[in-house]
Design a protein around this ligand. Structure first.
Ligand SMILES: Cc1cc2nc3c(=O)[nH]c(=O)nc-3n(C[C@H](O)[C@H](O)[C@H](O)COP(=O)(O)OP(=O)(O)OC[C@H]3O[C@@H](n4cnc5c(N)ncnc54)[C@H](O)[C@@H]3O)c2cc1C
Ligand code: SF4
Ligand code: SF4
Length: 427
C-alpha cells in the first residue's frame, strides 16, 4: 500500500517525497509534466549564494527516481479522491506518452531526425524543441515524449528507434492507489505579463520576463548562456528591470507581494554585471524586500557591483522596434529620468497554479481570495488543512523561495509521517 501520495514534483514535492521515503514510508509522486523538477529546473543560479540551480536539484531528482520507496509517475494527474484519512482512494490518470517507458533509453536519436520544431515551454518560449522531445537535457525520467498535437506522422522516429519504443497508439490509463495521507505540492504559475499591456510584453521584442532572462542566462538554455536582444541578436548595453509586475497591484486583484522577485532581480543584476561589466543595469522598484538570511548583504553586494537602484515605477514602456523609452520619477528626489534601455526585464510575480481550482474542488480544500490554498492556522499550523490527512507543501500556500519551500515541505512530510506511524500502531 502506498502510504502517501504527493501531488506535484517541483522542489517542494521532491523534498517531501524524499523525507518520507528516507524514513521508510512508501510514496507515490504524481507529476503532470514529462519530467519532475518544476520551476527550479528552469532557473540558472539561485540567490543569495549564486549556486547553480540544477547542481542542487538534479541529484535530488535522481534520488527520487531511484528510491526504492518512491514510485514516480510523470505525465500523470490525480483525477479523483475518495475515502477517509488513513484510507484515501486516489485515482491517478496516466496521460499517453506515445513512447514505451520500459523500452526507451533516452538516446535521443528520434529527436535528431524529427523535422518538426515547436516553441519550447521549458525555455519560456524562447527556444524550440522537436515534436518528439525531452523537456530539457537533465529531464527525469530521461526518456522522450511524443507530442501528437504537432507530430506530422512522417515516421522517421519509428524507423530510427532500434528499440521500437515509439508507439503509434497510446491511451490514458487510470490507476487507483490507497493512501493514508496526501501532500499537495502543485506549486505556482508565473504571472502572465500580457495582462500588464502598458509594458508592451510581446509587442516590443526587447521586453522579456524574469523567467525568460533565467533561460537566456543558462548555459544549456536557448542562447547558450548569452544575454541577447531579441530584436538585433546583439548584447544589450543597458538593461532595466521593472519590479512588481503582477504583484502588489490592487486594481489587478493581485494585492500580495510575490516574495521572490526583488531577490531574483538582484541576483540577475549581479550576474549580469559579473558576466558583462560594461552593461549599465538599473532596477526600478517600489520597495526592496530583502528579508531572508543573507539577503540584505546580497542587496548591498549588488549596489557594490554597480547596479543602479531607482525608487520609482514607470507607468508604461513605449517605443518601436528596437528602440525603448521609459519615463520614470525617482521618488526619493523627485528627479524625472528618461531611460532608453536596450533590454527590459519584467519581474513577474507568482500566482496560484493553473490546476489549483480543480484540485481544491477534488480535495475539498478552501483557498484564500488570492487563490492560494488556506492552511489550518497561519501562525501555528502552516501545513495542515481543514481536511485531516491532507497537507500543503511549498508555494501552493503562498509565494516562497526555495529554502522556505524545502523547510515547509519537510514539515508537511513530518505530519504525514506521524499519520503513518499512528496508523501502523493501530493495526
Ligand atoms: C524568475 C524566477 C526566479 C527565481 N529565482 C529563485 C532563486 O534564485 N532562489 C529561490 O530561492 N527561489 C527562486 N524562485 C522561486 C522558486 O521558483 C520557487 O521557490 C520554487 O521553484 C517553488 O517550488 P514548488 O515545488 O513549490 O513549485 P513548482 O516549482 O511550481 O512545482 C510544482 C510542480 O507541480 C506540478 N503540478 C502542478 N499541477 C499539478 C497537477 N494537477 N498534478 C500533478 N502535478 C502538478 C508542476 O508541473 C510542477 O512540477 C524564482 C522564481 C522565478 C519565477
Ligand atoms: S524512443 Fe528510441 S530513439 Fe527515441 S530516445 Fe527512446 S530509445 Fe532513443
Ligand atoms: S513521426 Fe512525428 S515525432 Fe516522429 S519524427 Fe515524424 S514528426 Fe517527429
Amino acid at each position: 500500500m502506498t502510504e502517501v501520495v504527493v501531488i506535484g514534483g517541483g522542489v517542494s514535492g521532491i523534498q517531501a517525497a524524499l523525507d518520507l521515503a528516507n524514513h521508510g514510508i512508501d510514496v507515490c509522486l504524481v507529476e503532470k509534466e514529462p519530467s519532475i523538477g518544476g520551476h527550479m529546473a528552469m532557473l540558472d543560479k539561485t540567490f543569495p549564494t549564486n549556486d547553480c540551480s540544477m547542481c542542487i536539484l538534479s541529484p535530488k531528482m535522481m534520488d527520487v527516481y531511484r528510491h526504492p520507496r518512491i514510485r514516480t509517475m510523470t505525465c500523470a494527474k490525480v483525477v479523483s479522491v475518495s475515502g477517509t484519512p488513513g484510507d484515501f482512494h486516489v485515482t491517478i490518470r496516466m496521460m499517453p506518452r506515445f513512447v514505451d517507458p520500459e523500452k526507451c533509453n533516452g538516446c535521443g536519436d528520434c529527436i535528431e531526425v524529427c523535422p518538426v520544431e515547436v516553441y519550447n515551454r521549458f525555455d519560456a518560449g524562447l527556444g524550440v524543441r522537436k515534436a518528439i522531445y525531452k523537456p530539457h537535457s537533465q529531464a527525469v525520467p530521461d526518456i522522450v515524449v511524443r507530442d501528437t498535437d504537432h507530430c506530422i506522422e512522417c515516421g522517421l522516429c519509428y524507423d530510427i528507434c532500434g528499440r521500437e519504443a515509439i508507439l503509434k497508439e497510446d491511451r490514458e490509463r487510470d490507476i487507483t492507489v490507497h493512501a493514508q495521507s496526501i501532500i499537495l505540492a502543485c506549486g505556482y504559475e508565473v504571472f502572465d505579463a500580457r495582462k500588464k499591456d502598458q509594458f508592451q510584453y510581446l509587442f516590443l521584442p526587447d521586453v522579456i520576463t524574469g523567467l525568460e532572462f533565467e533561460r537566456m542566462m543558462n548555459a544549456s538554455g536557448p542562447t547558450g548562456g548569452k544575454i541577447r536582444r531579441l530584436s538585433t541578436g546583439e548584447t544589450p548595453r543597458s538593461v532595466v528591470f521593472i519590479q512588481c509586475v503582477g504583484s502588489r497591484d490592487v486594481p489587478l486583484g493581485r494585492p500580495y507581494c510575490s516574495g521572490v522577485c526583488c531577490m531574483y532581480a538582484i541576483k540577475n543584476a549581479i550576474l549580469l554585471r559579473e558576466k558583462y561589466p560594461g552593461i549599465d543595469v538599473t532596477i526600478l522598484y517600489m520597495d526592496i524586500r530583502a528579508y531572508g538570511k543573507g539577503y540584505e548583504e546580497y542587496y548591498q553586494r549588488a549596489i557594490g557591483a554597480g547596479v543602479h537602484f531607482v525608487r520609482g515605477m514607470p507607468g508604461e514602456v513605449t517605443g518601436q522596434g528596437d528602440s525603448i523609452r521609459i519615463r520614470v520619477e525617482n521618488t526619493e528626489n523627485g528627479e524625472i529620468l528618461n531611460l532608453n534601455p536596450e533590454l527590459v526585464v519584467l519581474s513577474t510575480g507568482l500566482e496560484p497554479a493553473p490546476d489549483a481550482e480543480d484540485l481544491a474542488g477534488m480535495l475539498g480544500l478552501p483557498r484564500e481570495s488570492t487563490g492560494f490554498f488556506r492552511t489550518l492556522n497561519e501562525k501555528v499550523d502552516t501545513v495542515a488543512t481543514e481536511r485531516p490527512g491532507i497537507y500543503l507543501a511549498g508555494t501552493v500556500t503562498a509565494p516562497r523561495d526555495i529554502p522556505d519551500c524545502v523547510a515547509h515541505s519537510g514539515a508537511a512530510a513530518m505530519r504525514a509521517f506521524i499519520d503513518a506511524s499512528r496508523n501502523s500502531q493501530c493495526r
